[in-house]
Design a binder for this molecule. Structure first.
Ligand code: ATP
Length: 197
């Protein structure tokens, strides 16, 4: 008998920085049993949309590695950093599938993104070839029904990277919103204006 292919859930974002909401959600999705692993997949900087507040890819990647360290079922995926830009999820999934034919890939999106999913490039193929896992987001209802789309139950986590960057820039305590290793990294590397007078 062929061994069962492992299922990986791709959870993409700019993770600027990764926070406790991302990690708790990724763990909840592993716990749901829908996937064997969640791969936190870093979106690269868009060379045409350089943002002052977006930390360098190397920093965001380093923070992701620190955040998943010791978390069972959570992995970091940096494949988009070496793929053509702009990165389209369909290309990322096709690339991953060709690299890892031993795995099955599914895409994880919030109910907010699912509400506008028809704007995503090749959204029909994303659903048909890979399948979606949709998690709740404040203010968005996701109803089960569409083939290839699974709604998972997960708590709502009231934290965002924007809020964290603002707290750091204002000199406020942000240490409860990110893993402690990530907080240390931000301080050591003076990211997001940390320590600026
Ligand atoms: P920003 O505030 O900079 O826009 P963010 O906190 O929303 O960032 P992203 O890196 O954009 O973080 O997040 C990656 C993915 O995680 C996105 O699809 C986003 O919807 C989702 N996400 C972000 N924060 C949460 C949260 N608190 N709970 C669940 N999902 C979240």
């Amino acid at each position: 008998m062929k061994p069962r292919r492992k299922t990986m859930g791709i959870f993409g974002g700019s993770f600027n920085p990764v926070h406790n909401g991302h990690i708790a959600l990724a763990k909840a999705i592993v716990a749901s049993g829908e996937v064997d692993e969640v791969w936190l997949t870093l979106s690269p900087q868009n060379p045409f949309k350089k943002s002052k507040t977006l930390a360098d890819d190397v920093h965001r990647l380093a923070m992701l590695h620190l955040a998943v360290d010791g978390e069972e079922g959570l992995e970091v995926c940096d494949v988009e950093l070496s793929l053509p830009r702009p990165s389209y999820t369909i290309n990322t999934l096709r690339h991953l599938t060709s690299e890892r034919p031993d795995c099955r890939f599914r895409l994880i999106v919030g109910a907010d993104n699912y509400a506008v999913f028809d704007r995503w490039r090749e959204h029909d193929r994303l659903i048909a070839d890979y399948g979606l896992i949709v998690y709740p987001r404040q203010g968005f209802d996701a109803e089960a029904g569409e083939k290839g789309v699974t709604i998972v139950e997960a708590p709502l986590y009231d934290v965002s990277s924007t809020e964290i960057r603002a707290a750091i820039a204002d000199g406020d305590d942000f240490s409860t919103m990110v893993p402690s290793s990530v907080a240390d990294y931000i301080k050591e590397n003076k990211l997001y204006g940390y320590g600026r007078e």
